[in-house]
Design a protein. Structure first.
Length: 488
């Protein structure tokens, strides 16, 4: 038995050793098989990382090249189109779009490229050719003269394109034709309206319809409907010839014509001939600036209004502030003196609305000016006018007259304009007026006036209380005197 058990134990041990040897051999074979596979997988991962890095580098290189190419294209465009300082004809800012549709887009005639070809303006294009024909008939016309004029238009083409904020996609021929037609139309229209002695033909489609003239003048004042002033200046000099060398220059002629729609003193016309305008809107804008322009704002006492700034007219009147109209040459020339706001009379109509909206829009694009006079004026009036009752007070005082506009329309005009513009208190030419009105309104006397004397009933109550106090004092004094006599 013992021998059999030993033999069995040896057999089991031999079997276990062989099993271990077989497992080790199997592991060795598996290791030998998996080693190349792991190495291949590692190499694939390395290649994938290298490819990803390469693609990332290539993508960055591509993006860099693309950005550099676009920057170079932009620089080339700027070199071809000129610098931004040459731009003077813009689209109306989005914030001012929709305030008054008649004040934004031309109603009858397009001047310049922005609205050229629109359906409702196409009919008038034929009239431009008639105006050109009239102009050529008026001067000593020869083909040579027209050839010289077209040559000058070609020389001015690049400079003219640089004046527009949009990229004008018109052929050179069409653009030069537009410069000639639009420019000659404006010159001939101004010349005819500025010389009342001209005979009007019975079949004239424009001047036999007087109602068209105010609409045409409004169209000539729209920011999007302009042609550079230097083009008009050349065509004006070219068209007036030797016979008209003593006539008004273009700036004086244009000012006289626009004064038909917005009458002013003739004295101001003599100061206009030296103005250097960018276009017709700019000319009219400059001619309306107050004579005592504030040019050095550092000399002004710094003023920062309170959160409420100045109050509306209804509240200011109850505080004792009076409103007076004056006859200054510029409606922008507002004064505050001796508790009285002196505001020049202004007529609110379609022409005035067009002038205000487009002048404010023009100022929003100008960064190199000190005070934005029209913007400051509109914001000042926006503070004064909150409700139709405020407009009614201004009408009573002779400050506002209105044709084709009701009180609500006047309120909407100033409120929408005043709330949608960039307004700087620091450079405001009306800072002194803002400060004076606000200081008086917050003063002891202003508070007393609106608290106790703002209405007839308040005055009667105060007066009655005063009478009662006086009578009580008299009664007390009489009682004391009577007592003294009785026991004296």
């Amino acid at each position: 038995m013992d021998g059999d058990e030993v033999t069995l134990t040896q057999a089991r041990e031999t079997t276990r050793v062989k099993s271990l040897q077989a497992g080790a051999s199997s592991r060795e074979r598996r290791k030998d098989y998996e080693a190349p596979k792991a190495m291949a997988s590692h190499q694939q991962q390395e290649r994938a990382r290298d490819e990803a890095h390469f693609l990332s580098e290539a993508s960055l290189e591509y993006s860099l090249n693309l950005i550099e190419r676009r920057l170079e294209e932009r620089r080339e465009i700027q070199r071809e189109e000129g610098t931004s300082s040459a731009i003077c004809i813009f689209r109306l800012p989005r914030s001012l779009v929709g305030i008054n549709n008649k004040s934004q887009q031309p109603e009858i005639v397009s001047i310049g490229p922005y609205h050229r070809g629109k359906n409702h303006l196409l009919k008038f294009e034929e009239h431009k050719w008639s105006f050109l024909d009239k102009l050529l008939s008026r001067i000593s016309f020869t083909e040579r003269n027209l050839y010289v004029c077209l040559g000058e238009m070609r020389e001015l083409e690049k400079r003219t394109r640089e004046c527009y904020s949009d990229n004008i996609l018109m052929s050179s021929h069409d653009f030069i034709e537009m410069m000639l037609l639009d420019g000659c139309f404006v010159i001939e229209l101004l010349r005819h309206l500025g010389h009342s002695q001209d005979v009007i033909n019975e079949d004239d489609p424009i001047f036999t319809r007087p109602w068209l003239i105010p609409i045409l003048l409004r169209d000539l004042l729209k920011l999007e409907n302009q042609i550079p002033y230097f083009v008009l200046q050349y065509l004006f000099e070219w068209s007036r010839g030797l016979r008209d060398n003593k006539a008004d220059d273009l700036s004086v002629l244009a000012s006289k014509v626009f004064d038909l729609a917005f009458p002013r003193s003739r004295e101001i016309i003599s100061t206009i001939h030296h103005l250097e305008a960018k276009h017709l809107l700019d000319l009219v804008y400059l001619s309306h600036l107050p004579s005592n322009q504030v040019t050095n704002f550092r000399t002004l006492e710094e003023y920062r209004p309170s959160n409420q700034s100045i109050q509306c007219i209804t509240q200011l009147r109850s505080s004792g502030i009076k409103f007076k109209s004056n006859k200054d040459n510029s409606f922008l020339d507002i004064k505050f003196k001796n508790r009285a706001l002196q505001i020049p009379t202004i007529t609110i109509n379609d022409f005035t609305s067009t002038l205000l909206i487009n002048s404010v829009a023009w100022e929003q694009y100008q960064e190199d000016i000190g005070s934005k006079y029209f913007t400051d004026y509109v914001c000042f009036m926006n503070c004064l006018i909150n409700q139709p009752r405020d407009v009614a007070f201004l009408c009573m005082d002779g400050i506002i007259t209105r044709f084709s506009q009701d009180d609500h329309s006047v309120v909407n005009l100033f409120n929408k304009l005043g709330k949608n513009v960039v307004f700087s208190n620091q450079n405001c030419y009306l800072s002194k007026q803002f400060k004076g009105v606000e200081a008086y309104y917050s003063s002891y006397w202003g508070t007393m006036m609106r608290t106790y004397f703002s209405s007839p009933w308040s005055f009667i109550s105060v007066f009655s209380a005063f009478i009662v106090i006086v009578l009580t004092m008299i009664q007390t004094i009489m009682s004391v005197l009577s007592y003294c006599r009785q026991f004296g």
